[in-house]
Write a protein that binds this ligand. Structure first.
Ligand SMILES: [Zn+2]
Length: 130
């Protein structure tokens, strides 16, 4: 879809810190991360909503692979998933969490900032953990 920021990332017209790619899906670090390793998973084909994505089961199997890689590569304790659809190309937010789940807050976290080099180190740690 023209003028879609995520379609441009898929086509390589915009840069991303890629953590995963196969023939149907791609995952990269959120540039406005709310935790270290905050990743977005998108279908390469443009779908508006997460529940529109086909094949839906495969989409979530990729999410599981990424959660395991975040746990292993970044020593995350668990992963928080969320979807909200503010960017009109389906994406699942996967936010690695480093605190115990019992004490976790459901309130929004502050944005973190990382340099380009720090983003690349984080992405590489996830990529190596598959
Ligand atoms: Zn798109």
């Amino acid at each position: 879809m023209e003028d879609c920021i995520f379609c441009k990332i898929v086509k390589g017209e915009l840069p991303s810190h890629k953590v995963y790619e196969d023939n149907k899906f791609m995952a990269f670090l959120d540039i406005y991360p709310k935790s270290k390793g905050h990743t977005l998973i998108i279908p390469k084909k443009h779908f508006r909503w997460v529940h529109d994505v086909e094949p839906f089961g495969e989409y979530w199997q990729v999410a599981r692979k990424i959660a395991r890689a975040q746990e292993k590569g970044l020593s995350a304790k668990w992963t928080q998933y969320f979807t909200h659809g503010l960017i009109p190309h389906a994406h699942i937010h996967m936010k690695p969490r480093y605190e115990d789940v019992q004490g976790a807050s459901m309130l929004p976290d502050e944005h973190l900032s990382f340099s380009k080099e720090e983003f690349e180190v984080i992405a590489a740690k996830i990529r190596k953990a598959f």
